[in-house]
Design a protein around this ligand. Structure first.
Ligand code: ZN
Length: 321
């Protein structure tokens, strides 16, 4: 038998969904971030967080990091201060994000070239993403990390999106563990031609057991599972395999008029926040698309509190068991 992986035996759409969790979310071309790349890519650290003691991983970042400083920050706080441990073109780039900066500190005045590499040496000193203005003569300025020659669009990923290769492997297996515990997963797998789903589930269970990924109490406290059934971290309703296999994406700007089609997607229990690495084990589960949308900005507890208030304001009386 071929070597088994986290996705062996799972319906193809679900295996792909798990794989995609290893990638960062989509990024627009007018930003400095890479679009859907592996979470162990080069990390971009804004100087203001670096200066405040950005959380650096003891083991380092697998593909390094780049600190981005605005021109004013560079000249006033970095250029003459060796204690910052930042060297332009090595682990630091000047980043132009406003037209005012572009005009006040034109890079050619300092003999700077645009950066071409994501790892040291960066083969340049700056990059730019300055939006278009309403003026007819002004155009957007996009310089550095814009095309295939520099390995695609974007200089790197957000700090809080980072996860090491090992973490990615562990989180994928934990998500597969949860996928096998959605309602009706055996039937769905069998309908996709998998004769013996239990063999593949057993492989995932064994891997997870060997890697300390099945602390039931922790899984339940994180609202990922209840009585060995995978639940949505917000509403706690069991997730069905069909929902998980649904192609309904966490659509950005896409209107989904049919509310009965409830897709289930990756759900970060503690949302992604700057300064924390939240793509980690025991923090990822499967949640309803709609629940994810509501809880994403506030977090689970504040969202539930808010929902209670909404009901109260609408004349419902609520008592907690
Ligand atoms: Zn839900």
């Amino acid at each position: 038998m071929a070597k088994m992986s986290y996705k062996s035996g799972l319906p193809v759409a679900i295996g792909n969904k798990i794989y995609k969790t290893s990638q960062t979310r989509g990024a627009d071309k007018d930003t400095i971030f890479q679009n859907r790349v592996l979470r162990n890519s080069t990390v971009l650290i804004p100087f203001r967080t670096w200066n405040k003691g950005a959380i650096l991983l003891e083991e380092g970042f697998e593909n390094g990091f780049i600190v981005l400083a605005y021109p004013e920050e560079y000249f006033e706080e970095i250029a003459n201060d060796t204690s910052q441990n930042l060297t332009l073109g090595e682990n630091l780039l000047v980043f132009y994000e406003t037209r005012k900066d572009w005009l006040t500190y034109p890079p050619q005045k300092f003999g700077w070239d645009y950066a071409k590499s994501r790892t040291s040496p960066l083969l340049g000193q700056y990059c730019a993403r300055v939006p278009d203005t309403t003026s007819e003569t002004d155009q957007d300025i996009r310089i550095g990390f814009t095309n295939a020659a520099s390995g695609g669009q974007g200089a790197g990923i957000r700090v809080y999106e980072y996860a090491s290769k090992t973490t990615l492997e562990l989180t994928r297996y934990q998500l597969a563990y949860l996928a096998w515990r959605t309602v009706g997963m055996y039937d769905l797998a069998i309908s996709e031609g998998i004769a013996t789903p239990e063999i593949y589930k057993a492989h995932v269970d064994e891997f997870c057991a060997n890697n300390n990924l099945i602390d039931v109490q922790r899984l339940e406290q994180s609202r990922l599972i209840k009585d060995d059934i995978t639940v949505c971290p917000l509403c706690l309703k069991p997730i069905s395999a069909i929902e998980l296999g649904s192609r309904l994406e966490q659509a950005e700007g896409r209107f989904v008029p049919d509310l009965t089609v409830t897709g289930a997607n990756l759900f970060h229990v503690n949302e992604l926040r700057t300064g924390l690495y939240n793509h980690s084990i025991y923090n990822l589960g499967w949640g309803h698309h709609h629940c994810n949308t509501v809880a994403r900005d506030y977090g689970i507890s504040p969202t539930i509190e808010w929902m209670g208030q909404v009901l109260t304001w609408n004349g419902y009386s609520i008592t907690k068991e």
